[in-house]
Structure formats: C-alpha cells, structure tokens
Design a protein around this ligand. Structure first.
Ligand SMILES: C[S@@+](CC[C@H](N)C(=O)[O-])C[C@H]1O[C@@H](n2cnc3c(N)ncnc32)[C@H](O)[C@@H]1O
Length: 253
C-alpha cells in the first residue's frame, strides 16, 4: 500500500512509522509512506504556510499555493510509484466518520494521498478541486490533521494482507464482523481469586469457538446494542445470545 502524506509536521509521523505494527510493515515494505511538507514550497523570507481568511475573524488558513503544490507533487509521485491515480483524502472533522468498514475500504483502495490540515483548515475551493474524500476520526476538534491521519493510516494499514503477523487477529477484532471482540485471558490462571473460564483451559476448540462467539454476541448486546439493530442473527447465534442473556440475568440476581 502506497501512502503519501502532506503535512507541516512530518516528523510527528515517526511515532507511527518507527515502531509497532506499522513500523514493521514499513520495514518489510508492505506499506510505503512518503511525505510532502508545504513549507518546502514556500518562497518568501518567512517561509509562510498560513494566510488570513477573507471576511476576517480569528485564526488563519493553510496558504493555498504551498499546499496545492505539495498535494500536486504527492499525487504525481503516487502515480509514478504505483501506476495508479491516488485518492486524495483531507482529514476534517466535517468528513465521513471513520469506522472499521471505512478502514477496510481504505485498505483495499489504491494509493492514498492524505492531507493533514492545520490552523482553521483549508480553502473551500481547494477542497472542491484537489480533495476526493474527507474523513473525520470523530465528533471533536483536534489542533491538526496529523493525529487523525495517523489514526486513519494505522486502521487501514493493519488490514493490508501480510501486515499483521497473525492475520486472524484482525478478523477477530471488534467491528470486523460487526460485533465486539470477546474477552481475553492470559497467565496466570488466577488473579485476585478470579479464574480463567474453564472452557479456555479445556483444549476443546469447538467449545472455545462457541464460547467466544457467545461472549462476542453478549458483549455487543450489553455495550453496543446499536450494532445488533437491523442485524439478523442465524439460529445458532440467536441461541448463544439467549444463553448469554439468561446467564447474565442469573448472575445479576
Ligand atoms: C483546528 S482544526 C480546524 C477545524 C475546522 N475549523 C472545523 O471546525 O471544521 C485543524 C485541522 O485539524 C484536523 N482535524 C481536527 N479535528 C479533526 C477530526 N475530528 N477528524 C479529522 N481531522 C481533524 C483537520 O485537518 C483540520 O483542518
């Protein structure tokens, strides 16, 4: 997966690319990340990258020419590196809210150019002319698009085949099949008098699989019932959820 990043603070991305899953993916060249800094295109004495908004008011906007130049070079490089036309994404609180389905779509898309905004954002005409999609990471406002860009890149990159050591771990993650993940346990067998559920020690893989699905369904029902709305459970899933609800009612008594 090829990703070009347009940012005034490319060094922030070291946090993403120098360790962990994405760091290893970059090292193994499963993910290629390249950076364009609008400041490198500034020609004035102060190397300015911001400009005043028409109509006045507080805050600045990203300077148009340096930003467009960076986007254009990133787009051209994407084509050169992959032979494909990239999707240019602007991280914005006004964009489509990122969820696991969105991350799956981005992981399967061709090359991406990801634009991190700063100040009060970017000129609307640049959005209209140079941006293909706007993505948000949630209904709150951050000071810049770098953290949102890293969130989006991480969420998509770990779904690229070969990026995760155990590909299954992505399959079983929360949201991948529309449910929350089941609870997990590691050693020791007893912590503060609390035991690992017997079934996980049984070695009975069918029973473990059934238990995990039951917990997934139950947790989703408890914590995120909205995820179950409009979803038709098959007979086995319904049975497991009923069992969970019954057990839950019994333990609540
Ligand atoms: C201070 S914000 C500008 C917010 C903008 N004035 C608004 O209210 O829509 C600066 C930059 O941070 C990024 N940003 C902030 N919150 C974000 C979010 N929830 N999702 C994605 N990007 C965000 C965007 O790139 C934005 O251009």
């Amino acid at each position: 997966m090829w990703i070009g990043v347009v940012s005034l603070f490319p060094e922030m991305f070291d946090a993403l690319t120098q360790q962990g899953v994405v760091g290893r993916a970059v090292e193994k060249q499963r993910i290629s990340l390249e950076f364009w800094n609008p400041r490198d295109y500034a020609t004035d004495r102060h190397r300015s990258v911001d400009d005043r908004p028409y109509g006045g008011g507080p805050g600045m906007l990203m300077k148009v020419d340096t930003l467009r130049h960076a986007i254009s070079d990133a787009r051209e490089r994407a084509h050169q590196a992959t032979g494909l036309v990239p999707t240019v994404i602007y991280l914005s609180p006004q964009g489509r809210k990122l969820d696991q389905k969105g991350a799956q779509a981005l992981a399967a898309a061709g090359p991406l150019v990801v634009v991190a905004g700063r100040y009060e954002g970017i000129d609307e005409r640049v959005v209209e002319s140079d941006i293909d999609e706007e993505w948000s990471i949630g209904d709150y406002v951050l000071s810049g698009g770098e953290l949102p860009a890293m969130v989006l890149i991480d969420a998509a990159a770990r779904l690229v085949p070969g990026v995760l050591g155990h590909q299954d771990s992505a399959i079983e993650d929360s949201f991948n099949d529309g449910l929350l993940d089941c609870p997990h346990y590691t050693r020791p067998e007893v912590i503060d008098g609390k035991h690992v559920p017997d079934v996980l020690l049984s070695g009975n893989h069918a029973a473990i699989k059934r238990w995990r699905l039951k917990q997934s369904l139950g947790r989703t029902w408890q914590r995120r019932p909205d995820l179950l709305e409009g979803r038709t459970l098959d007979a086995e899933q319904q049975r497991l959820l009923n069992e969970f609800i019954e057990e839950h009612a019994l333990s609540a008594r």
